[in-house]
Structures are given as structure tokens and as C-alpha cells.
Design a protein around this ligand. Structure first.
Ligand code: HEC
Length: 469
């Protein structure tokens, strides 16, 4: 940074203080800048994707207050409380001579008001007002320590069936599952920024794991992990709330997800660019699925609608389900696309699994539910999981009712289930091993159940997370 620029910042700081001292009565003093409410969200949104424990650009960490004082180059401290002009954190945000600001790397510079906020916070002493609960840092080296099991919200088998991804707190746990389905051993812990994990799904080739989640009221995040290296390839913090319902395009080039801001987005995996954005939903979009050829995307929302979008134009095309009030009771929670055709399986608050055609072949008549293919025998409570088997002939659903749960498998042609397994806890996730012989299910109590897909009997149970690190 040029000496001139440094002097200008220093002067600005002095001028502010003098001006405030001379004016009588003083203007209503702006409250001090809050790290927890103002600075941390800014750093998370604009910087933490590249500066977090699992991915530390230039060895700089920008996710917690303590890191601002300890990480980076000791000769150029990130943060000198009270001295913005000596803080590298601010220097990298300002243009140098003719050159644009160094950070955020490869992205639009921060707005002047954001830079000023950071300057003011440093000038005011760079105090940490983070609530104790949010102050802990978890890293790959220091993974979360569990006093009780995490609620399981996501489960997925790798395409070769050898690995099961299980959502934890601040992490996804990878288990290698014995082919017999009778045992599993913890193989890796993928610890990231997000406290809550809503989705963990392997890419079609198994090389990557998509993790979607966030920290409620703070940020949403999309993570892409290199499975073999156990390495975070990309972290994209987005918005102020948890993201949901991640899915891969069949060619593995895009990932889609829904957001608390009622939007559906898709990200180009190679470039990290957002290539799709649509906010047509009236409520949370909780799950997504691509069409067979990747040209279309559907979202299932708490607003009860199954919405169809065209990926290339980012346009909303149709409500797949009926939009007649009362036709669908309660919101939708899960959607999955059939492995070989553009048919959709949905589950939600009414407890009834249903299948739909993705594309309308007849003009919509007011109140019709033309795309509906079939409804199945309902479960008690709400459905949180719904997934077709790779054979395309069966599907599994997982339900929660008054603290208890149920896993059911249906054959597509029959309304009644092939089998039903009541469980003593709410079920939020259920998934097939790709060979169709084994299922995994889990939910509120943090127990993973490995279930024989032919009979519905439990072959093994194990806790999602180790109680000792
Ligand atoms: C796209 C990734 C990316 C983003 C986003 C990003 N950084 Fe960086 N940052 C890096 C990398 C990589 C380095 C290492 C030096 C380099 O390659 O330029 C770095 C280095 C730094 C350094 C060390 C000093 C230096 O210039 O090398 C600071 C300080 C820094 N970043 C601050 C920030 C801040 C503040 C933000 C958000 C406003 C931010 N970065 C956003 C990737 C990023």
C-alpha cells in the first residue's frame, strides 16, 4: 500500500474523532461496530470461502476473531487493534496506486461503506463480541467433540457403494461400509464452516462430495470436497441462512440447491460461478433435482409446489403439481428423479408418497393435477426422505410422526409397500446403496441404521459420530 494511502486513512480516523469532539451537542454517536453482527458476516460472505481452516489462502484465516490476531504473516499483522493503517486486513481491500484491491481475489471489491465499517471497527479497538456458543473453531485437526449424537439430516452412498456419507455437526463423516452391510468403520471426517449440514451427495463419478448447509441466521454455504484427498475444493458462503436440498446434474458439471431466501440456484462446479438463479418459490425450496439430460431443474418447496425451471434460460416454466388450494396438504420436503426417465417422486407433510411426470404433455386446465402419475399408501406423519432405487422399480421413504419414525420400501407399480420398518426415532434421511441391496436411514437420535433392502430387517446400527474424538 502506498504511504499516501496509509496517511489518508490515518487522517480520516483523526478527523472523525476531532469532528465529534468539537460539535456540541455531539451528533447521536453511531454505536460501536459489532464484530459478531457486522464484521463476521461480511468476512464470511466475501472472504471465508478461501480463508477458513480447511482452505487457508495465504495461510490467512478469516472465520473467527482469534484467527485475525494469530494467522497470516507475522511481519504484516492482519489486525492491529486501534490501528487500521497497520492492519493488512484493511490494506488488501484498498486500491494500490493504479491497481485494484488485492482482495477478495478474483471478485468485485468490497463497497466503500463495507471497507469503512471494517476500518471503523479496527479503529474502535477491534473488539470481539461473539457469543460464546459461536466462538468455537472446528478444523480437520480439531474436529467437533460430541456430548450427544448429532441429528442425521443427510445420508448418501458413494456410487461404488463402499462409502456412506453421514451428516454431523460442522462436518460430514465418511464411513466405509462392509459389503455385507453388517458393519461400518469411520474413514474420514470432513470438517467445514457450516454448523448444520442439510445435504451430502456424491457426484455421479464419486470423485466429489457436495455438502449444502449453513449456520442458521448467519450464513448458508455450498462445499465441494475432493473425496480421495479429503480436501475442501471449494466453499461458497451465500446469504444469511442455511441452504438446502443439493443435487448434481447427471453430467456432474452443475450442482443445484435451494435457499432460505426462497431461491433456487445452480453452481458451475469447475468455475465456481453461479449459473442459475430463480426466486419463483413462495417459501423455502427444500430439495432439488435435475432432469435426465440436465436441461431442467425442479425444486420442492415448503410452499407445497413442485416448480419446473429451464436451466439455460433460468426461467420458471411450470408448477408440476396442482396449484389448486387444498390439492396438496402441507409443504413438500423431498424430491427425486427416476434414474431413467423424467418422473419425480415427492414426499412431504401429508405423508403420502406420490409420483409425477416432470414435463406437461397437455395444456394446464385450472385446478388439474394432470402430471400426477400415482399416489401410494400414506405413512403417519411427514415424509422427510424419498429416493428411487437405481433399478427404477422401487423407492424408499422415511417419515417422522410424534417423535417416532418409519422407513418403507414400495414397488413402483403397487400402492401398498413391500415392507415397512417402524423405528423409535424420527427419520430424516434414507438412501439406497446403488446395488439396491442395502439401505441406510437415520434421523433425530443420530443412529445410522443399515437395512436389508429385500426384507426390511436391520443389519447394523451405529452412532453417526464418535463420542470421543
Ligand atoms: C477466491 C479466493 C479468495 C477470496 C474470496 C479472498 N481471498 Fe484473500 N487470499 C487468497 C489467496 C489465494 C491468498 C494468498 C496470496 C495470493 O494468492 O494472492 C490470499 C491472501 C490474503 C491476505 C494476505 C496478504 C496478501 O495479500 O497475500 C489477506 C490479508 C487476505 N487474503 C484477505 C482477504 C479478505 C479480507 C478477503 C475478503 C474481503 C479475501 N481475502 C478474500 C484468496 C482469496
Amino acid at each position: 500500500m502506498s504511504a499516501l494511502r496509509l496517511a489518508a486513512i490515518a487522517l480520516l480516523g483523526v478527523w472523525h474523532r476531532d469532528a465529534a469532539a468539537q460539535e456540541t451537542p455531539p451528533p447521536a454517536a453511531a454505536p460501536p461496530v459489532s464484530f459478531a453482527r457486522q464484521i463476521a458476516p461480511l468476512l464470511t460472505a466475501r472472504c471465508a470461502g478461501c480463508h477458513q481452516p480447511a482452505k487457508a489462502g495465504g495461510k490467512v484465516l478469516l472465520t473467527r476473531h482469534a484467527e485475525l490476531l494469530s494467522s497470516g504473516d507475522p511481519d504484516e499483522p492482519l489486525l492491529v487493534p486501534g490501528a487500521p493503517e497497520q492492519s493488512a486486513l484493511l490494506a488488501v481491500l484498498l486500491p494500490r496506486e493504479e491497481k485494484p484491491p488485492r482482495m477478495p481475489k478474483g471478485a468485485a471489491p468490497l463497497a466503500a461503506a463495507e471497507v469503512e465499517l471494517l476500518r471503523r471497527w479496527i479503529a474502535e479497538g477491534a473488539r470481539d463480541d461473539t457469543p460464546a456458543a459461536a466462538a468455537t473453531t472446528f478444523t480437520m485437526e480439531q474436529p467437533p467433540v460430541y456430548a450427544q449424537q448429532p441429528v442425521i439430516t443427510a445420508l448418501d452412498f458413494s456410487p461404488d457403494g463402499a462409502m456412506l456419507a453421514v451428516s454431523g455437526y460442522h462436518e460430514v463423516l465418511l464411513y466405509s461400509v462392509d459389503p455385507s452391510g453388517r458393519s461400518a468403520t469411520l474413514a474420514a471426517r470432513l470438517v467445514g464452516l457450516s454448523e448444520r449440514i442439510q445435504t451430502a451427495v456424491f457426484s455421479p463419478d464419486g470423485a466429489r462430495l457436495l455438502v449444502v448447509g449453513g449456520s442458521p441466521g448467519r450464513f448458508g454455504e455450498v462445499q465441494l470436497w475432493d473425496v480421495a484427498q479429503r480436501k475442501l475444493e471449494r466453499s461458497l458462503p451465500l446469504g444469511r441462512d442455511t441452504l438446502y436440498g443439493g443435487s448434481w446434474s447427471p453430467d456432474g458439471k452443475l450442482v443445484a440447491f435451494g435457499g432460505g431466501d426462497h431461491s433456487v440456484r445452480a453452481l458451475d462446479v469447475a468455475s465456481g460461478e453461479l449459473v442459475f438463479f430463480n426466486a419463483a418459490s413462495e417459501d423455502l425450496a427444500l430439495d432439488t433435482a435435475f432432469s435426465i439430460d440436465g436441461s431442467h431443474l425442479v425444486s420442492a418447496g415448503r410452499d407445497r409446489a413442485l416448480k419446473l425451471f429451464q436451466v439455460a434460460t433460468q426461467q420458471f416454466l411450470d408448477n408440476v403439481t396442482s396449484i389448486t388450494p387444498g390439492a396438496l396438504k402441507g409443504g413438500l420436503q423431498a424430491v427425486d428423479r427416476h434414474p431413467r426417465e423424467d418422473a419425480l417422486l415427492i414426499g412431504g407433510a401429508d405423508g403420502t408418497p406420490k409420483t409425477y411426470k416432470m414435463h406437461r404433455t397437455q395444456k394446464r386446465e385450472i385446478g388439474d393435477d394432470f402430471n400426477k402419475l400415482k399416489g401410494y399408501a400414506p405413512l403417519a406423519g411427514r415424509l422427510f426422505a424419498a429416493e428411487y432405487a437405481q433399478d427404477g422399480a422401487r423407492f424408499v421413504v422415511g417419515a417422522s410422526a410424534a417423535g417416532k419414525g418409519e422407513v418403507r420400501v414400495y414397488a413402483l407399480e403397487n400402492e401398498a409397500p413391500l415392507w415397512s420398518l417402524p423405528l423409535p426415532t424420527a427419520i430424516y434421511a434414507a438412501t439406497w446403496r446403488p446395488d439396491g441391496a442395502l439401505l441406510a436411514a437415520g434421523g433425530f437420535d443420530g443412529t445410522v441404521h443399515l437395512i436389508d433392502a429385500a426384507s426390511g430387517s436391520v443389519l447394523a446400527r451405529f452412532p453417526a459420530a464418535p463420542l470421543q474424538p
